[in-house]
Design a protein around this ligand. Structure first.
Ligand code: GLU
Length: 418
């Protein structure tokens, strides 16, 4: 792998000119991953992350990997992994390596890689970068309460970092977890979207747990170990993970590994400025599919804010671009760093544009009339007062008439059109 570490003068949006570390990889070695936790349905935010990773990999001739991060067992939802893969397939986002698709770096589900995390933790312990922590839940709760009382940010006080041999002997047989020693140095990195980021983690946080008492790793350890072991070259993820990245840089340093490049994607927000949330059930990919939204419409909609594409002159009037065009026009340096307002009310325009494209081809027309037929049948099968003409000819006529009036064929069964 050609991963020359160069120090270079880097300028981003003329905002910052600084000396930064950037790691270069030849295009064909580019490996990115989408690493969701199977805690529910895939929603617009997760989809945007998957899509930008996919576009980046494909624009470089690299590989797109799906990795399931399921080490927080309390939050795992049954069936979520299967549903997620189905959603990605429906959206046309195919992964090169992943749980249901053999690759050389598997398994691609973290709960099947426990031994590896335990081995890596041992490595940190032996090198003096980690320690056993015997603090009880009760003590940690007292620390939290104390912080609340003194109005300070709750953080672990690193007590067990300083246990001597006698203390360790006395604690033998007790339950423990492993914590990573945060170094008093900046976990700095060059963010491919935000530029130079420096954060002295140790100044604001206590030493984080990396291996829990049940032998499961926490997110930080598993994420870093897997990105290294799976030879990930670029990590593109939501900006909410940016504070964790500084911590991850310290872990890479302790292991003696070269970190990948990091790029954080701006926050997605609603019109009123609130964060687009996983808990908004109506923004799941499955909900959109059920509502009759086309995958092409969703793809183009989700990239319509936030940038990342070379613009052509007539682009403003074109709603739908095929995936192949999105790949060729993708340029990570064009992603905006400010939060992007998702124009949820515009999704209909994108869907209407795709509906027009569908009706322009024989295959698409046939598919759409068949879909309309089944929607009408399902809706009116028990209603004897309605006489149904479901001939292809008639359905075609209806679709032709409605094309500028509807954004989604499900609207045709609405009261207004009866
Ligand atoms: N498992 C994390 C999530 O649920 C992944 C974050 C990352 O990409 O590193 O989003």
């Amino acid at each position: 792998m050609n991963n020359l570490v160069l120090s270079l003068r880097f300028s981003r949006n003329i905002k910052c000119i600084q000396y930064l570390n950037v790691r270069f990889y030849s295009d064909s070695t580019v490996r990115v991953r989408f690493a969701p936790s199977p805690t529910g349905q895939l929603h617009l935010g997760g989809f945007r992350t998957a899509l930008y990773n996919y576009l980046f990999a494909k624009s470089k001739g690299g590989k797109f990997i799906l990795r399931i991060e399921d080490t927080d067992r309390t939050r795992v939802v049954d069936g979520a992994v299967e549903q997620l893969q189905e959603d990605l397939k429906w959206l046309g986002i195919e992964f090169d390596e992943g749980p249901s698709n053999n690759g050389s770096y598997g398994p691609y589900i973290q709960s099947e890689r426990l031994e590896n995390y335990q081995r890596r933790t041992q490595q940190l312990l032996s090198a003096g970068h980690a320690y056993k922590c015997y603090c009880t839940e009760k003590r940690l709760e007292l620390l939290r309460r104390d912080a609340l009382r003194t109005r300070t940010i709750p953080r672990y006080d690193n007590k067990c970092r300083h246990l001597d041999d006698d203390d360790l002997r006395n604690n033998e047989g007790k339950k423990y977890c492993i914590r990573f020693k945060l170094n008093q140095s900046d976990g700095f990195f060059n963010d491919l979207v935000y530029g130079h980021i420096a954060r002295n983690v140790a100044a604001v946080e206590g030493d984080p747990v990396i291996l829990k008492s049940d032998g499961f790793p926490t997110y930080h350890l598993a994420n870093v170990v897997d990105d290294h072991d799976m030879k990930i070259t670029h990590v593109l993820r939501g900006v909410e993970w940016q504070p964790s990245t500084s911590k991850h840089m310290l872990l890479y340093k302790a292991f003696g590994w070269n970190p990948p490049n990091f790029g954080h994607l701006p926050l997605l927000i609603n019109k009123d400025g609130t964060k687009l949330s996983k808990r908004q059930n109506d923004i799941t990919i499955d909900a959109y599919r059920q509502k009759g939204i086309y995958p092409e419409a969703l793809l183009n909609f989700v990239i319509s804010c936030g940038g990342g594409f070379v613009q052509d002159k007539e682009a403003n009037n074109v709603y739908i671009k095929p995936l192949s065009e999105l790949i060729s026009k993708f340029d990570i340096s064009l992603i905006n760093s400010n939060s992007c307002q998702v124009p949820l009310d515009k999704l209909g325009h994108f869907n209407q544009a795709q509906l027009k494209i569908e009706l322009n081809t024989d295959l698409g027309r046939k598919r759409t009339t068949e879909k309309l037929k089944s929607i009408v049948q399902n809706t009116f099968s028990n209603d004897k007062s309605v006489e149904l003409d479901l001939s292809e000819n008639h359905l075609n006529k209806i679709l032709k008439w409605s094309i500028n009036r509807i954004t989604n064929i499900n609207e045709l069964i609405h009261e207004n059109y009866k």
